[in-house]
Design a protein around this ligand. Sequence first.
Ligand code: RIB
Ligand code: CA
Length: 310
Amino acid sequence: MTKIILDCDPGHDDMMAIMLASVSKDIEILGITTVAGNQTGDKTFENARRILTLIGREDIPLARGADKPLVRELMIAPQIHGKSGLDGAELPEPLSPYLDCHAVDFIIDTVKASKEKITLVPTGPLTNIGLALIKAPEIKANIKEIVLMGGAVYDSNMIPGSEFNIFVDPEAAREVFLCGLPVTMIGLDVTNKSLITFEQIEEMCSWGGRISSIVGPLMKFFAQANLNMFGIKGAPIHDALAVAAVINPDVVECEHLFVDVETKGELTRGQTVADVYKVTGKAPNCRVALKVDVDVFIGMMMESIRKLDE
Ligand code: RIB
Ligand code: CA
């Protein structure tokens, strides 16, 4: 059983990550923390509450985190996730309880108190994780690894070469990539291939279950937005692949590479610069996912929604 803290910015694919983790027998969610990203901090937090209410997991500790990046202004993605951050279906009122403490303090306190090393699974901008590592670097001793959704070697979805989570807060991302802990980068090179197809979305909608009847329309909205923006033919559930890689590491194939993050460039902000040809002479600091078993992954995801319908 892997103990995780899931730091997210729900967000349609963050919701899928929460749902996949919530039904896995291989994962214990010690807490969920939210960060501004796909939408403003108040909206991502409220969406996390709505999701936990929907799946009946008010037992999972929830703490709200940063409302803006370390040093830059916040950039959000309403063109993909809508005005609410979870457009496409009516979710329940946000009734799940939440902690008064800041997400960064929750992360620090939970890692320090854990008897086993914890895996951090960030699926939004890395502001909370970066802040926790700056504020309490000693927590690294009790962190097993960081498995994050973000970055790309050959793909992009912001400016050319940059991925949204890293682009929004490059300074925080650099803190994480260079912190010395084992980092697994689940980037766009694999997540843009990890689609729930329109046919599979229709199939999910036909199930008529309590959860699938909400998730189906949400995925339809998310897939249409990705088709409009990027010509992608389906819903790329980026964040859920980070969780899937914790449950079943063989779902992706990784290369061990040196990766740094561009924080100065005008045309290259937030690029995860991967030393694929090993020319820098710098020791690898990151397992970079470059291949994915899409059928296995999407099968895990569809099965999770079926389980939540029960
Ligand atoms: O680039 C995709 C990432 O940005 C995903 O985590 C999505 O939820 C958005 O946060
Ligand atoms: Ca996200």
